[in-house]
Design a protein around this ligand. Structure first.
Ligand code: UDP
Ligand code: MG
Length: 319
């Protein structure tokens, strides 16, 4: 049988989403059929502990053009999307979350934009339905990221995105393990567009990101795209030591002018200064540690993920 390449690839990471898969698949299939392009849908089961994989297989049994990649354990959303990228063969590759926070009905808009000649179509979540804590954190992170990467986008966190095939290939050829896909894409693209999409609250289940995971993801983002924080660290160190020297001179002068009495009282000021220095040092060590930790995991060159098995039917694409 002839296997032709689909025009669209949709890549969806799945981690314990048993209650969302059926609704997602139904809505997605409807949208894809209406668009009338050939397509494939690639689900990556990122080590789910629930029935997600079985439900995916059920969906695959009644639908053509579905590929399921099963990981042997949980490697995280970005590793999962990478596995999908490597397997994808569409001209335009769309990523989206499985929890229906990204409505599949928005896909045609992205595709249309890609057809206008843009290589990366980023999205801004309108009326974002997340907790106030997540929104505030995102606001700060988006600003920092825009500064660090020099790419002015409003929203880096939304995973409902479209990429041209050449960008996906470039991303796959970058071998670093800890990376953040939306930002990585911007570093390869010449023509980028940012459009507004709807955002819903999570359909079923809970967010898979705890505060620690969010922090870790943020460090991935920061350390893998810039050494700017390290440079800031150096300036901060320099400023603090200059301030220290200035303060020393000031204390010495005051000791001579005001006498011994004053200096004794100053002991506590010195404590404050000491704490400040020690604090800054720990901050610096911590940041260095983040970089070194990542260098260590990169040099080990372990695979980004391990695929347990791939399920796909003979006819590769769907109409
Ligand atoms: N996800 C994944 N592996 C993980 C964590 C999340 O594949 O380790 C998937 C998850 O199933 C969902 C998407 O990534 O499809 C986004 O996750 P979630 O909705 O929990 O993130 P949030 O919307 O809270 O940022
Ligand atoms: Mg979500």
């Amino acid at each position: 049988m002839e296997t032709r390449k689909p025009y669209l690839s949709v890549v969806i990471p799945i981690f314990n989403e048993e209650d969302n898969i059926m609704e997602l698949s139904g809505r997605l299939k409807k949208v894809m059929t209406e668009m009338g392009h050939t397509y494939e849908i690639i689900f990556i089961d990122d080590g789910s502990m629930d029935n997600s994989l079985d439900i995916l297989k059920q969906f695959q049994a009644v639908t053509s053009g579905i590929t399921i990649i099963e990981f042997n354990r949980n490697y995280g959303q970005h590793a999962a999307v990478f596995a999908g990228f490597e397997r994808s063969s569409g001209e335009i590759v769309v990523t989206l979350d499985a929890d229906l926070q990204n409505p599949p009905e928005e896909i045609p808009k992205l595709v249309k934009k890609a057809e206008e000649g843009f290589e990366v179509i980023a999205t801004v979540r309108m009326k974002r339905k997340d907790s106030i804590f997540r929104r505030c954190a995102s606001y700060i992170i988006n600003r920092i990221t825009a500064k660090i990467t020099g790419v002015k986008l409003k929203d880096y966190g939304c995973m409902l995105r479209a990429y041209r095939k050449n960008i996906v290939k470039l991303m796959c050829s970058s071998k670093e393990i800890s990376t953040f896909i939306p930002v990585l894409a911007t570093s390869y693209a010449k023509h980028m567009a940012e459009i507004e999409v709807k955002h819903d609250s999570r359909n079923e289940g809970e967010s898979k990101y705890s505060i620690m995971r969010l922090i870790s993801l943020q460090f991935d983002l920061m350390t893998s795209f810039s050494i700017w924080p390290l440079r800031m660290l150096m300036f901060l160190g320099l400023a603090v030591s200059l301030a220290g020297v200035g303060f020393g001179i000031f204390l010495f002068a005051m000791r001579i002018i005001m006498g011994v009495e004053w200096a004794v009282n100053g002991v506590f000021t010195l404590f404050a200064v000491l704490f400040f220095f020690v604090g800054t040092q720990f901050l610096a060590f911590g940041l260095l540690g983040e970089y070194i930790g990542r260098i260590y995991s990169e040099v080990r060159r372990r695979p980004r993920f391990v695929i347990e098995s791939i399920y796909s039917r003979k006819e590769e694409i769907s109409y």
